[in-house]
Design a protein around this ligand. Structure first.
Ligand code: GLA
Length: 383
């Protein structure tokens, strides 16, 4: 470690400012995108894995099956890379997955009560796949589709363009929807996700990415010691079915106040009805400066042992902070590691759950002629 970095580390431990390692700390490499075969789906469609590497050697492996982030290698404070994204070694793992590891979620991320909503006087009924709710796009959502892929890298920045055409009526949703997702691994150590969608008939849309992170390395224990900051004064409380009640509640004085960085473990077992409903954290926070045309800070997570920091920025109005409560040790992930309860957390940037049934929430309606755009950035640093 050079003197300058040593001084920065000393400074950071006092002021808690994130530091990105200076170039030179890790040897710079040529940014690349490599394509390799990832296998064939059960119904015989070939699928690829795209390996994006930026100039600092950060690596994102993304498959065009479900637009899934399979692996994400980022440095710790000593510059040592670890894969911090939960996932599977094989395509078959993803085909059987029920936890949405790493996937693009659509058409509608999160829950719709009774799987029902009304547009232009017509009530649509989606298949129920989560008790009495429709969750994450249905039985075979965007996370289980083979997307068309195209390399859109520039010399400095590897980028993967994915596109999927969802038929009118697919999973019960109206309108033929064309969806594009661009993953870019920037030289600022960001995984940037740009979403675009258009429709030929009025419909609803709420796209997100469902990566589970463990900044100590996927499979290396639970995430309870991670410190979380969420830039939100308010959240949307839910009922026992995890559907928002419609209230927008202040986080003040509740275990949902993450305005100052707090360990996930600090309050997760408190006797609090919302925590009981969520089996821990599984709620939507209302981002203070959400809905901008450029991404605003939504959350920051710090893992003290490795020093890794993850910042989430988004143009979306909300973020679902999910503490991996439903992981139960039945998943054997990459490298044969078992994912037990709370071995990963998600920051699903999104519109609020069940928005189509809450007219006071920001609208998720997409009309023909309009274009849905959203951007989320996961930025990696160390402290
Ligand atoms: C989201 C939901 C959770 C759970 C996970 C997947 O985060 O809010 O309740 O369904 O997806 O297991």
């Amino acid at each position: 470690m050079g003197l300058r970095n040593a001084a920065l580390v000393a400074l950071a431990s006092v002021t808690l400012l994130p530091i990105v390692w200076e170039a030179g700390q890790r040897a710079e490499v040529k940014p690349t995108m490599r394509k390799t075969a990832f296998g064939e789906t059960a119904d015989g469609q070939p699928v690829d894995l795209y390996v994006l590497t930026n100039k600092h050697g950060l690596e994102a492996d993304i498959t065009n099956y479900g637009g899934i982030v399979v692996s994400l290698k980022v440095p710790d404070r000593k510059g040592k890379l670890a894969d911090i994204a939960l996932g599977y070694d094989t395509l078959e793992g993803y085909e059987q997955d029920k936890a949405y590891l790493g996937a693009i979620i659509g058409r509608y991320g999160n829950r719709i009560a009774h799987g029902a909503f009304t547009l232009e006087g017509v009530t649509y009924h989606l298949p129920l796949n989560n008790g009495d709710n429709s969750l994450h796009g249905g039985i075979k959502g965007f996370n289980k589709k083979v997307w068309r892929a195209k390399d859109v890298s520039t010399p400095q920045t590897p980028a993967l363009h994915l596109n999927y055409l969802s038929k009118d009526g697919e999973e019960g949703y109206p309108g033929k929807v064309s969806v594009e997702v661009v993953y870019t691994l920037t030289d600022g150590d960001e995984l940037r996700i740009d979403y675009t969608a258009t429709t030929d008939k009025e419909t609803i849309i709420n796209l997100t990415n469902h990566s589970y992170f463990n900044l100590a390395g996927a499979g290396n224990g639970d995430i309870l010691n991670h410190q979380v900051m969420i830039a939100a004064d308010r959240f949307t409380p839910v009922g026992a079915n995890l559907i928002p009640t419609g209230e927008i509640r202040s986080v003040q004085g509740t275990p949902f106040d993450f305005r100052k960085a707090t360990a996930i473990s600090a309050r997760i077992n408190e006797n609090d009805q919302q925590l009981q409903f969520g089996h821990g954290y599984d709620h939507n926070w209302v981002i203070n400066n959400g809905r901008g045309t450029s991404p605003s800070p939504a959350a920051e997570v710090y893992e003290p042992q490795s020093g890794r920091v993850l910042e989430a920025w988004t143009t979306e109005p909300g973020v679902q902070f999910y503490s991996g409560n439903f992981l139960d040790g039945t998943i054997r992930g990459k490298g044969n590691k078992v994912y037990n309860r709370r071995y990963g957390f998600c920051l699903e940037t999104q519109h609020f759950p069940d928005s189509p049934n809450h007219p006071q929430f920001p609208s998720t309606v997409l009309k023909p002629g309009a274009t849905y755009h959203s951007t989320t950035i996961y930025r990696f640093a160390v402290r």
